[in-house]
Design a protein around this ligand. Sequence first.
Ligand SMILES: Cc1cc2nc3c(=O)[nH]c(=O)nc-3n(C[C@H](O)[C@H](O)[C@H](O)COP(=O)(O)O)c2cc1C
Length: 189
Amino acid sequence: MIYERITERRTIRKFTQQVVPKEALINCVDAARMSPSGSNLQPLKYIIVAEKKLLTSVFSTLSWARSIPNYKHTPNEVPTAYIVILLDKKIREEAGHDPGIAAMSISMVAYEAGLRSCILGSVDRPKLKEILNIPEHLQVILVIALGYPAEKSKAVEMIGNDTKYWFDEQGILNVPKRKLEEILVWDSF
Ligand SMILES: Cc1cc2nc3c(=O)[nH]c(=O)nc-3n(C[C@H](O)[C@H](O)[C@H](O)COP(=O)(O)O)c2cc1C
């Protein structure tokens, strides 16, 4: 059931070093390709990064888990693949909502394949452009880190307005989610 898959998916930032099959990564991008697009312009392009040296370079452009002080990866916990979402400015000047939709498609297809992911917006974009030799007209929008999970995360009910996620005594990441009644209005205010 899609509802279950969507609600049980959590962001994972640490990964085993098991290699991700190429097919699984291609399926992710293919799902993004088939996702909704404003005016059907389809302005997004994708880079799959899976080569060892490039993985290390891409990692150096990313900021992780801002809510958690001193959140650090050991070399055995880094992502084993990335998908970079790019906006082709020759097709559309502004990214609009397409990248978020594409990112979710990628995350869910990855999830179904047993992979876990982290969407990253905190990216040193100029550095990443240089590392991946990205042409001028392609703008880096989001990076999705992928791999097999090496940490656990669960959703918990939010207390007050505290959106910060934290690790509990079992080392499980607790991610507060707002209550349904806080965010849902029927018909009108
Ligand atoms: C647009 C977007 C940008 C994000 N950027 C980052 C990021 O730069 N670094 C990071 O560690 N997590 C990032 N995240 C992951 C969020 O922190 C995560 O989705 C949030 O804590 C909720 O957790 P959940 O995905 O498990 O529900 C981003 C998520 C989204 C949707």
